[in-house]
Structure formats: structure tokens, C-alpha cells
Design a binder for this molecule. Structure first.
Ligand code: HEM
Length: 469
């Protein structure tokens, strides 16, 4: 990306706006969506830590990367900094009542209903499900043949979502969900066109998407109905049961449409993201043998701290979500600029995580940095922050730790190529461009204890502790 664009501060605006590249809007849009990392870094080098972009379909957005400015955006008045409007394009998939699309009081109320199900202390219970799903997948991996670990991770996270979040047990419904969910989670740019031009839904990929979405809605509705008629509902621990129980306690009844909207939201927010976090964890670990050795050693000693640091460092150096959006509902001063209403501010997680003033040698994969001292507030923000912080952060962290530990306990993996994989945009995430391709040189059977039965690792509960921002 050339940085030689000049830095015209637009003078025609009634408000004071940060510097912006002179590139035409269409070029900025393409670079912003398809070459995110290089474009944002080039803009930062050229214009400094606060700059403005014009991109379709969002319009003007002001990019922030200084933790102080990001804190303002995350903790600012929830009626002024609207996150829901930033996710508007997902409305046809997620539904009108999805937590991701709500703002203000409605969002607060929905979040309160969902928080208990994602509380850090409770998610430790899902560790055994994650471990089981990981073993099942490892048994299917080919020996001595290259395969993309991202696909293997996707299969694990899909099983985890189905069993721990949706709580599906009926084999026929599980099989149908296994088929439909991956298609529904592929909310790519071309798919989004279908909401503007519904006639597309009759053809090819759009038709496949529409049918999978309709099928998923039916299956999720059937799952909610099955939960409601289960006499053992009060004792169930899957996320859907906890959500239903909270709502029953609150209202004595369940709004089934709202419940379905939250389920599909959790699926979309949690599936591709955790898959990508895991793919990057292995991509980085396998290219940093010293880190890998230290991790293996610490796990053999039953320690969790280094594993925790590996997950944090992965999400720092390869943030799955590069930026988040807040739409201003009123003129607001932020980062010293007087911004007009209706403009977006964009905390750029990826830029903050590579700021050498916050993270010395920022491109190096060094989990040790998380052992030495606490990071500065709002300098490590892979899960966003404030009242919109990722609901599934503790869940995702537990899942990543459990999968990494289980895979390392049974396999010897090597990267297909030694060169680091580049980042590539995939739906809302930045993924390794070759899918973290690996070769498995050895596979050991799972550790069994006495009874011959697989046992959950005694450290699972510890792995589920919530992490701090
Ligand atoms: C490594 C995995 C994950 C990453 C990196 C991630 C990251 C994020 C980010 C950056 C946000 C936006 C925060 C903001 O706007 O400030 C978010 C929101 C959200 N995430 Fe995650 N996420 C992950 C996994 C999950 C999982 C497993 C679930 C649930 C099963 C989940 C559920 C949600 C929900 C419901 C929201 C919306 C919260 C709200 O608007 O109040 N995420 N996530």
C-alpha cells in the first residue's frame, strides 16, 4: 500500500475532522474491507494515531488506537455511542431482537438476561465438552499429510456450540444442524447483497444460504420447544437452558422469537471467532519452537499460567477482529476532535495491539510479556470493551486453552511451510491465509485413567476463570 496520498483535512465540513487519505471512496472501501491490516497501518504511519476514512457501506469513520481514546469510545454514554447500528448489516440473519443489534436500554436489558449464562465461574463446566469434541476430531486427522488446521478447529468449535450453547442432543437434529450451521455462518460480502436484492435468493449460493438459514431457524425453534418441554430443564447447564431459565424466572414465559435471535447471534459471534483464534494459536506456536517447548513443559508440570499467556499473546499479535464500530448519535468531542453526529468511531484493536510504545517488539510472539506485568488499561482489547465487551470472552478463552492443551497432549504437528501465514479477511475475522496448514507426524491415544474412560483434566476449572481487560 502506497502511503503517498497527502493528508488533506477536509475544510468543507462544519465540524473539525481528523486527517484522511486523498484516495477515492471506492478505493478506501476496498482497502478497508479487503486489505485491512496493511491499509490501516499505512494510514496510521501517514496521518498519526487518529485519522478518518470514507468507506461503503458505513460512510465516514474515525479510527482510534490510543488506549485513552478507545476508553472514551468504550465507556462513553451508551445513548451516544451506538454499537448496534454498526452491526446493522447482520439484521436479516440475526433478527431484530439480537443483542448485537440493540442499543440503549433495550441492549442493557437483553445483556442482563444473558450475562449469568456466560459468567466466568460457570463456563468451566463446558471444559469436558470441549475436550471430548477435540479428541473426536484428532482421531480423524490424517497422518503425514498436510491439512488446514483451521477446518479442523472449525469442526471442534461447531460441536462445542451445538452441545454447550444450543444443548442439542437429538441425533437427527444434531446432524441437521451440523449441515446447516456452517453455511449460515458464512455471512460474506456477496451474501449481504441478498438483503438489498431479495430476488437473488432464488439462485446459486444465495439460494443455498437462504435455505440453510430457513432450516436453521426451524431447527433452533424445535430445540427451544424441546427444552421448554423437558421436565429436567431447571437442572440443565447448556447456555440455552440457562437463558430460558433466567427468562422464566423473570417473566414466567419465554419469548421464543427473541430466544432464537440470541441463539443465532451466539452462533455467529462465537463460531468463526474462536475457530480463527485457535488456528492462529497453532500457526504461531508451531513457528516459535521455544515458546512451544516452554508451553509443553509447563503443561507437563500441571501449570496453567503460560497457557493463559499463550492465548492472550495470540489474540494480541493476531487479533481475530481487527476493529469495532460505534455510531455517534450526537456531536461529540473525542481525541481532541469535534465530531458530528452520525459519524462512526472505530477502535482499531489491531493497531493498538501493535503499538511499540505499549508493546515493545510488537510483532514478536512472546507470551512472557503477559507473565511479567499487567498490561496498561485498554491496550489489550481482543474482546472489545465496556458495556459491549464480548459476552463469550471467558467461554472462548476456556475453549482455546482446552483445545490447545488437548491437541498438544496427543499430537506432534509441524507447519507445512516455515514462513508465517499472512492474514486474510474472512467474513468478520482476519484468518491465516492458508488456514494454518500443518502436517501431523504422530498421534498418541488419549490419556485414560483406571476405568478406561476419558477423564476431564483436573485443571479445566482453573482454565475457565474469567480474564481481566
Ligand atoms: C476468540 C474468540 C472471540 C473473539 C476474539 C470475540 C471478540 C468479540 C468482539 C471484539 C466483540 C465486540 C465488542 C465491542 O464492540 O466492544 C464481541 C462481541 C460479542 N461476542 Fe465475542 N468474541 C469471541 C468469541 C465469542 C463467543 C464464543 C461467544 C458466545 C458463544 C461470543 C459472543 C459475543 C456476543 C454475544 C457479543 C455482543 C455483546 C454485546 O453487544 O453486548 N463471542 N466479541
Amino acid at each position: 500500500v502506497s502511503t503517498d496520498w497527502g493528508s488533506a483535512v477536509s475544510r468543507s465540513e462544519p465540524h473539525q475532522l481528523p486527517p484522511q487519505p486523498r484516495l477515492p471512496e471506492v478505493a478506501q472501501s476496498l482497502l478497508f474491507w479487503f486489505d485491512t491490516e496493511r491499509f490501516m497501518r499505512a494510514c496510521e504511519r501517514r496521518h498519526g494515531e487518529v485519522f478518518m476514512l470514507r468507506t461503503q457501506p458505513i460512510g465516514k469513520l474515525v479510527v482510534l488506537s490510543n488506549p485513552e481514546h478507545i476508553k472514551q469510545a468504550f465507556l462513553g454514554d451508551r445513548d451516544v455511542f451506538h454499537a448496534g447500528e454498526g452491526a446493522e448489516v447482520l439484521r436479516p440473519v440475526m433478527g431484530d431482537t439480537s443483542i448485537l443489534l440493540l442499543d440503549g436500554t433495550e441492549h442493557l436489558e437483553q445483556r442482563k438476561r444473558m450475562l449469568p449464562a456466560f459468567h466466568g465461574d460457570g463456563v468451566g463446566d463446558y471444559g469436558a465438552i470441549v475436550e471430548q469434541a477435540t479428541h473426536e476430531q484428532i482421531d480423524r486427522w490424517p497422518l503425514e499429510r498436510a491439512f488446514p488446521l483451521a477446518d479442523a478447529m472449525r469442526a471442534i468449535t461447531l460441536e462445542v456450540i451445538m452441545r454447550a450453547v444450543i444443548g442439542a442432543t437429538d441425533p437427527a437434529r444434531l446432524a441437521a444442524l451440523r449441515e446447516a450451521l456452517p453455511t449460515v455462518s458464512e455471512v460474506s460480502g456477496p451474501i449481504l447483497f441478498m438483503w438489498q436484492y431479495p430476488a437473488l435468493g432464488r439462485y446459486g449460493m444465495w439460494r443455498r444460504y437462504r435455505e440453510a438459514k430457513e432450516r436453521t431457524d426451524e431447527l433452533l425453534e424445535a430445540e427451544i420447544a424441546a427444552h421448554l418441554s423437558d421436565p429436567g430443564l431447571a437442572d440443565r447447564t447448556d447456555v440455552l437452558s440457562l437463558l430460558i431459565n433466567t427468562e422464566l424466572a423473570e417473566n414466567g414465559t419465554v419469548d421464543q422469537k427473541r430466544m432464537r435471535d440470541q441463539l443465532i447471534t451466539l452462533l455467529l459471534a462465537g463460531y468463526e471467532t474462536t475457530t480463527t483464534g485457535l488456528a492462529w494459536a497453532f500457526e504461531r506456536l508451531l513457528r516459535n519452537p521455544t515458546v512451544l517447548d516452554r508451553l509443553r513443559g509447563s503443561l507437563a508440570d500441571g501449570e496453567q499460567d503460560y497457557l493463559d499467556a499463550v492465548v492472550k499473546e495470540t489474540l494480541r499479535v493476531r487479533p481475530v477482529i481487527y476493529r469495532v464500530f460505534r455510531k455517534l448519535t450526537e456531536p461529540t468531542q473525542i481525541a481532541g476532535w469535534q465530531l458530528p453526529a452520525d459519524i462512526f468511531v472505530t477502535p482499531a484493536i489491531g493497531l493498538t495491539h501493535k503499538n511499540p510504545a505499549l508493546w515493545p517488539d510488537p510483532h514478536a510472539f512472546r507470551p512472557e510479556r503477559f507473565l511479567q506485568s499487567d498490561s496498561a488499561p485498554y491496550s489489550w482489547i481482543p474482546f472489545g470493551g465496556g458495556p459491549r465487551r464480548c459476552l463469550g470472552a471467558a467461554f472462548a478463552t476456556l475453549e482455546m486453552k482446552t483445545v490447545i492443551r488437548t491437541v498438544l497432549s496427543r499430537t506432534e504437528l509441524a507447519p507445512r511451510r516455515t514462513r508465517p501465514e499472512r492474514t486474510r479477511g474472512r467474513n468478520i475475522t482476519l484468518v491465516p491465509h492458508r488456514g494454518a496448514t500443518v502436517v501431523m507426524a504422530d498421534r498418541r491415544p488419549p490419556v485414560t485413567r483406571g476405568t478406561g474412560r476419558l477423564e476431564a483434566c483436573p485443571h479445566l476449572a482453573a482454565a475457565g476463570q474469567p480474564e481481566s481487560n
